[in-house]
Design a protein around this ligand. Structure first.
Ligand SMILES: Cc1cc2nc3c(=O)[nH]c(=O)nc-3n(C[C@H](O)[C@H](O)[C@H](O)COP(=O)(O)OP(=O)(O)OC[C@H]3O[C@@H](n4cnc5c(N)ncnc54)[C@H](O)[C@@H]3O)c2cc1C
Length: 339
């Protein structure tokens, strides 16, 4: 199948904020060979590259004077199965949530807490997606990526990916690696993670004391649907800021001033604060500035009421950053990739 590049293509349908921006050149790739052809096309046209999956962690603040490569490869497979541990592989363009559902339907536990996260499998290692006490790295085994510098394929082990909280090697070497497929170790013996209080509570309200991975997934989907706006109805990119990790002395000082501060001590001695709490306490929850705003139920989520530009979202984010820094001496780092 040949590439079908499109000039000046709208990216509105390819970013969960629903922001209008034009790609100078847009291609969709379904195979490794097409990815290589797309890279060659970009070089021939002397265009920089922007890889996108579901566009759910992306803020477009201007037209993209680049070749936008939309990863659309499909394929799910079981590579090894010893009756308990199962090694699965998914192509980068597979959508994350349907992939998680597929693993659960195979009777494989591990990814259930990451249910309903938008986006693709290929983007998931970029920021080591996480939710409800589980991160991608907990079940990740390896991935295959194409190195734009050498044109060669390389397999990465978990250690080589340098995963951390919403972070990985691939974020730091943005643009170099095109993730083609990702592998996970899952288990036929359920070992569900119920660290998150509201999840335990919901299951126990349903009379479920020893939930299956599928039941955990269903409970998480229900909680997420209640808490988070659906990008199909209200443009957003999920959490807009990371939870900041601050020195223990600062957390202590803030707790003196705000006894209800939400804070989690970390293994390295620092303390993780809830960005949503800081933003809410600074008075931003539910605020609206024309076409952009902070969600009324979730202070971490910035929303596009319909016709916002990416620049308007960024301006609001910067105002919040400055206000939180001034009030609490805490810097909030943005989570989405800003273009
Ligand atoms: C409603 C909502 C809820 C969310 N909840 C969570 C959550 O609970 N936890 C969480 O961690 N995240 C969450 N997110 C953020 C987002 O879903 C994840 O970051 C997701 O992994 C992004 O996938 P994507 O395919 O949409 O990536 P994109 O937005 O398309 O791309 C993200 C970055 O990855 C790069 N990239 C994409 N694909 C590839 C590839 N194959 N190879 C190399 N680079 C690539 C892009 O260039 C970009 O820099 C949420 C987002 C929304 C809208």
């Amino acid at each position: 199948m040949s590439l079908q590049p499109r000039e000046q293509a709208s990216l509105k349908a390819f970013n969960s904020f629903g922001i209008e921006a034009q790609a100078r050149l847009f291609v969709q790739t379904h195979t490794d060979q097409q990815v290589r052809e797309a890279l060659a096309l970009g070089e021939q046209r002397q265009l920089p590259l922007l890889v996108i999956g579901g566009g759910s962690n992306l803020l477009l603040t201007r037209d993209v004077e680049a070749l936008v490569l939309h990863m659309a490869s499909r394929g799910l497979r079981i590579l090894a199965d010893d009756g308990v541990q199962v090694l699965v592989e998914a192509e980068a363009g597979e959508l994350w949530h349907p992939f998680v559902q597929w693993t659960l339907q195979q009777g494989l536990g591990g990814l259930e807490n990451l249910s309903l996260i938008p986006g693709t499998v290929g983007a998931a290692p970029m920021q080591n997606i996480g939710a409800y006490g589980v991160e991608l790295k907990d079940h990740f085994v390896g991935l295959t990526a194409l190195d734009r510098r050498s044109g060669e394929l390389r397999d990465f082990s978990r250690d080589e990916c340098a995963f951390a909280y919403r972070d990985s090697l691939f974020k730091h070497e943005a643009g170099r690696w095109l993730i083609l497929r990702v592998r996970f170790a899952l288990s036929r013996i359920a070992a569900v993670r119920l660290d998150y209080g509201p999840l335990r509570q919901r299951l126990s309200e349903q009379g479920i004391e020893q939930p299956t991975p599928m039941q955990v997934s269903q409970a998480i989907c229900a909680i997420r649907r209640e808490k988070l706006p659906d990008p199909a109805e209200l443009g957003n990119a999920g959490s807009f800021f990371k939870n900041p990790q601050v020195p223990a002395e600062l957390a202590e000082r803030l707790r003196g001033e705000y006894p209800d501060l939400v804070a989690y001590p970390q293994a390295d001695g620092r303390v993780k604060l809830a960005a949503g709490w800081l933003i809410e306490r600074a008075g931003w929850k539910g605020c609206r500035q024309g076409e952009v705003g902070v969600h009324r139920l979730q202070a971490l989520v910035l929303v596009n009421y319909g016709n916002a530009s990416g620049q308007q979202v960024l301006d609001l984010a910067r105002q919040i950053q400055a206000d939180v820094a001034q009030r609490f001496a805490v810097y909030l780092e943005m989570e989405p990739n800003v273009y």
